[in-house]
Design a protein around this ligand. Structure first.
Ligand SMILES: NC(=O)c1ccc[n+]([C@@H]2O[C@H](COP(=O)([O-])OP(=O)(O)OC[C@H]3O[C@@H](n4cnc5c(N)ncnc54)[C@H](OP(=O)(O)O)[C@@H]3O)[C@@H](O)[C@H]2O)c1
Length: 392
């Protein structure tokens, strides 16, 4: 798949001229058409593409045309914006011999498209996230589960929303917190309808949820900490190196996003207390496997933490919280009564509680799967539909 003429593969200025020429030749896009560019076709990207294909089949208008798709090493696109077929697109992409052009050229190409464009970033790339202000300023709408743009520097956050406000291009990122759970849209609705959010608290990591639900269950003993970590890795619940989950940074990124949406100008995910569950001595282990081999020697630390909670008839959980009034954000271990919704969570579910003036002492609670390709892609597709309703 690719342009008819291999010499027009380059997406530089000369190619844009060629693309515009094609449009003036009577091949202008139908008025009610939207172009889609997808960056990233891994676990979430593949599920998004299949949801997009079903949506395109169901929805005759606007016509949804995939005009660009790329992974870190391969790309598919046509200089004249003729659509890349969604049928078997991941296989076609895998077989492509075309490398992705630099992001600035991709943005030039998309900004010159003959209809509105939605750029779907299904990567966890900081480089792609850093390009959002430019993409938005060029009129490209963005939909993404990538946390990096919204939990990086506060300047990047401001640049993104300034560019969106100035150009009118939309940016949605529901799946960046709680996967497909309606966490961000709910918080935005609370804030925009004038409720006063006082506190947000929850379990924001499927990995941490699974680990603590099995290590310190509300009923029964639970396993040894190191064994639970190994089990979680074997089940595919952790990153390849479990330290990337245990350092708390993923949860800190999600808290950063929610705190900013609640109006706190949090500088970065490292600007508030984040408890790491990696023993100091194992921070420098050379690999995830070496870390797992040495972890049993530190089981007693976690056993002591569990025992302290049990003594108070409680269980320990890894949570994040935002106290809006005192502007305090923190991530780490806390004890909860066994009857508390956070304590009785199951499997790898997430739970997020919003305490607000309107909801009083009984918080608004959102609970369910906080990871997985299909549910995460649902959040992305939902955002995509929201953008469509505003631009087409
Ligand atoms: N999986 C979940 O349950 C879940 C839940 C919530 C949020 N998310 C978020 O969703 C996003 C995608 O997650 P995933 O699980 O699908 O990850 P993944 O399986 O690792 O896939 C990432 C995809 O992005 C591509 N990619 C990475 N850097 C790129 C770049 N600079 N340019 C172009 N393509 C690039 C990768 O291509 P290569 O294979 O060529 O490197 C791959 O196709 C992440 O931001 C993640 O945090 C995921």
């Amino acid at each position: 798949m690719g342009p008819e003429n291999p010499s027009s593969f380059q997406l530089g200025t000369s190619c844009l001229v060629c693309a515009r020429f094609v449009h003036t030749q009577g091949e202008m896009a139908a008025v009610n058409q939207v172009y889609i560019a997808v960056i990233g076709a891994g676990g979430v990207g593949k599920c998004f593409l299949s949801q997009l294909q079903a949506l395109a089949a169901r929805k005759p208008s606007p016509k949804l045309s995939l005009c660009y798709i790329a992974t870190s090493r391969k790309a598919l696109y046509n200089a004249d914006y003729s659509p890349v077929s969604l049928d078997g697109v991941t296989e076609t992409l895998a077989a492509s011999t075309q490398a992705p052009p630099p992001l600035s050229q991709v943005i030039d190409y998309l900004a010159a498209a003959p209809a509105k464009v939605v750029l779907v970033d299904n990567t966890s790339s900081q480089d792609v996230a850093d390009a959002y202000p430019l993409a938005l300023s060029r009129g490209l709408n963005i939909v993404t589960p990538n946390k990096k743009a919204f939990s990086g520097s506060y300047k990047l956050w401001q640049d993104i929303f300034r560019a969106s406000a100035t150009s009118g291009a939309k940016v949605y990122h529901e799946s960046s917190v709680g996967a497909g759970l309606p966490v961000i849209s709910t918080l935005k609705d609370l804030v925009e309808t004038g409720d006063k959010v006082t506190k947000i608290e929850g379990v924001f990591s499927g990995t941490m949820s699974f680990l603590f639900n099995s290590f310190a269950p509300t009923h029964g003993q639970g396993g040894k900490w190191s064994e639970e970590v190994k089990k979680a890795k074997a089940l595919g619940y952790t990153e390849p190196d479990p330290r990337d989950d245990l350092n708390g940074l993923d949860v800190a990124r999600k808290l950063t996003i929610l705190a900013r949406l609640a109006g706190l100008p949090v500088e970065s995910p490292t600007s508030f207390p984040v408890q790491s569950l990696i023993p100091k001595e194992l921070e420098s282990s050379s690999s995830g496997d070496e870390f797992l081999d040495k972890l049993p020697a530190f089981d007693q630390q976690m056993e002591d933490t569990k025992a302290a909670a049990e003594k108070a008839h409680k269980v320990v959980r890894f949570v994040g919280s935002i106290d809006v009034a005192t502007q305090q954000v923190k991530v780490g271990l806390e004890q909860f009564d066994r009857s508390h919704p956070i304590a009785s969570l199951k499997g790898s579910d997430n739970i997020i509680s919003f305490y607000t003036e309107r909801y009083g002492t009984n918080p608004l609670i959102i609970q369910g799967a906080g990871a997985g390709g299909d549910v995460t892609a649902m959040g992305v597709t939902g955002d995509f539909i929201r953008v469509l309703s505003q631009i087409a």
